[in-house]
Design a binder for this molecule. Structure first.
Ligand code: AVI
Length: 333
């Protein structure tokens, strides 16, 4: 999962570009042949999607980014004190680093305190990693950075071969909310299996709150979230030679305050056929939905339960002033 990126350098065409395209094609076709139809929200983030997400983070209704930024900028010293612990040197690994705006607060403070650490951002986007490798040494002089481009768990294994120092893993931005609760729990269990006892995880969770506040964040007045969802159909047209008529789909967000699941759907406005690469034809009936994304919201007790079920011990909690968002620190047991 990527977070938004600013001024990312143009993508270099990697040698594995065609296998990435094949995987995208297979996931799209499998998803659109399933019942109900679905698309994986990890594909939202092409260059247009990154830009739209950036716009979303600046829109009035989308609160999670500002809440977490407030935590990182106002509680920098306390967070750093917690991760420094007894003072052992460590590797600071960030999953889905994006443009590292929030982590930069920590990085700057750790450098000022002359703490011995290396920053290892992991991101599926090679643009993001190229950008961070080039820009962070300029904005944060003295930083030791090794960017890792690839899937989280593969790159964590690679990180373990580079160093055997203690690990502090950041997973920010409520990216964990883009999984169902069960998926989040098994993700954390897998993560724990890639760590050693005493390693730390710092995770950002968006909390349950007034349902209208949550729904508004995924149904902004300007229609950026709508465009963000439709962009995936446009991406399929661009990259997989699809022929979606995006004017024939509407965006439908919903929030269930009982379960904390906020879900986005696209709804077909008519009976229609869509071709993908002249190889597959997908039939839609009027009002049929495509399930696009989950943005799960949690209670504090649920975050503790996930930690315990995944063999972590919850040790610190940092809230924003409104208590809408929480960053937690867990220690691997
Ligand atoms: C990246 N992720 C945590 C965002 C979220 O809130 O689920 C993506 C997003 N989708 C719509 N708005 C923002």
């Amino acid at each position: 999962m990527e977070t938004a990126t600013t001024q990312i350098v143009p993508a270099a065409i990697g040698i594995n570009q065609s296998s990435k395209t094949n995987q995208f094609y297979e996931d799209v076709v499998d998803g659109l042949q399933a019942s109900p139809k679905r698309l994986n929200s990890k594909y939202f983030y092409d260059a247009n999607g990154d830009k739209l997400f950036q716009d979303l983070m600046n829109c009035e209704e989308y609160y999670p980014t500002n809440c977490e930024l407030e935590i990182f900028s106002e509680k920098t010293a306390e967070i750093c004190k917690a991760i420094i612990g007894d003072g052992d040197e460590f590797e600071l690994i960030e999953l889905g680093a994006g443009d590292a705006t929030k982590s930069a607060c920590l990085l700057r403070y750790l450098l000022e305190q002359q703490v011995d650490f290396t920053y290892l951002p992991i991101d599926i986007s090679e643009n993001v990693i190229a950008y961070l490798n080039v820009t962070l040494p300029v904005t944060l002089p003295g930083i030791r950075i090794t960017g890792l481009n690839g899937e989280y768990f593969e790159m964590l294994e690679k990180a373990a071969t580079i160093s055997n120092r203690r690990k502090v893993v950041l997973f920010l931005g409520s990216n964990i909310g883009n999984m169902t609760v069960n998926e989040a729990e098994s993700f954390c269990r897998q993560l724990r299996n890639h760590l050693s006892a005493g390693d730390m995880l710092l995770v950002g969770f968006d909390l349950k709150k007034n349902p209208k506040t949550i729904l508004a964040a995924y149904n902004d007045k300007e229609g950026i979230t709508r465009q963000f969802n439709l962009n995936l159909l446009e991406r399929i047209n661009r990259e997989l030679k699809g022929d979606f008529d995006v004017t024939q789909f509407d965006h439908y967000p919903m929030y269930d305050p009982e379960t904390g699941a906020c879900k986005s759907y696209l709804v077909s406005l008519t009976d229609q056929k869509v071709k993908i690469d002249n190889r597959e034809t997908i039939h839609f009936i009027k009002d049929e939905i495509i399930y696009m994304e989950i943005s799960q919201k949690f209670t504090v007790a649920e975050t503790d339960q996930i930690a315990i079920n995944a063999s972590f011990k919850p040790v610190n909690r940092f809230f924003d002033n409104k208590k809408w968002f929480i960053d937690v620190i867990w220690v691997a047991e």
